[in-house]
Design a protein around this ligand. Structure first.
Ligand code: LIP
Length: 279
């Protein structure tokens, strides 16, 4: 239920879909033959001119529709703390213009445009667009999750609902790693403990798609430490609305730095396993 004076989740979803569609056109169809690549937190934390251009395009579309909302994007200065000027609406947009930038640079399938809208701190609408596979995941709080897919001239649109999970030792588990070497070493040690306890691991390189993979049954669980809100905000809503439990690795609330998503039955087993391994 939308609080008086706040926009409906459906209205915010519509803006997110428009912005995501435009960003996909830019980054996927207009991808230059040679990318201009820079680095951020480490020498392997990449950003391209397309990340920045896509974020600018998304920001402009959102600002045209909702000029007074807050915009927090991975590649630009956040106005999250900027209270000057316009009255804030209580709506914050969390945007990762290209989640999976390393995959994008290598032209490796598995990057996404991720856009989420939060009202008074609660994410109520999210879109994850996966251009490589022609998929767009979308969800609203309490409204369910869906995936539209266009491939080979055939288009589908289906509701996402989790099936019963396998036992933990038959679970396909996705994860990801930080850019910092010391953190990767620690994450690798935890992974060594996870590997013999589950079916297998997938490291796809984009949190938004990992979460949508949980929502669509392509993996049974996903965990990662060290993410930012823009990485997981939209995908976490898609997974939750598909019936997954999304929280922190410790079983607490999902938060920057700690994300775990799985069917509710598998979630607690993953919390126990990761706690045993010191995650
Ligand atoms: C990526 C995350 C992914 C993580 C990568 C990287 P980026 O975000 O989505 O889950 O494992 O190391 O942080 O940097 O491509 O936006």
């Amino acid at each position: 239920m939308t609080a008086p004076g706040h926009p409906s989740a459906a209205a915010l979803l519509s803006v997110a879909l428009e912005a995501a569609g435009a960003a996909v056109e830019l980054v996927h169809r207009d991808r230059p033959s040679t990318l201009q690549i820079a680095t951020k937190s480490t020498a392997t934390d990449l950003v391209t001119e397309m990340d920045r251009a896509a974020e600018g395009l998304i920001r402009s579309i959102i600002a045209a529709a909702r000029p007074a909302d807050r915009f927090v994007g991975e590649e630009s200065a956040s106005d999250e703390d900027d209270t000057s000027g316009t009255d804030r609406t209580g709506v914050t947009w969390w945007v990762d213009p290209i989640d999976g930038t390393t995959n994008y640079v290598y032209d490796h399938p598995g990057y996404a445009v991720s856009i989420a809208a939060a009202v008074d701190g609660e994410v109520v609408a999210g879109v994850v667009a996966d251009p490589t596979h022609g998929r767009t995941y979308r969800a609203t709080l309490g409204g369910g999750a869906r995936c539209s897919e266009t491939m080979g001239g055939k288009s589908t649109d289906r509701r996402l609902e989790l099936a019963a999970p396998p036992p933990l030792d038959h679970a396909l588990v996705a994860t990801g790693f930080a850019y910092d070497g010391d953190r990767r070493r620690a994450q690798g040690q935890i992974l060594t403990g996870v590997l013999p306890r589950v079916r297998d691991i997938r490291r796809m390189g984009a949190a938004a798609l990992d979460l949508c993979s949980v929502a669509s049954g392509r993996v049974d669980a996903y965990y990662e430490a060290g993410l930012s809100m823009w990485d997981f905000a939209a995908g976490a809503l898609v997974a939750t609305e598909a019936g997954a439990r999304v929280g922190g690795i410790d079983g607490g609330p999902v938060r920057p730095g700690s994300v775990l998503a799985a069917h509710p039955v598998l979630f607690d087993q993953m919390v126990s396993l990761l706690a045993e391994l010191g995650a």
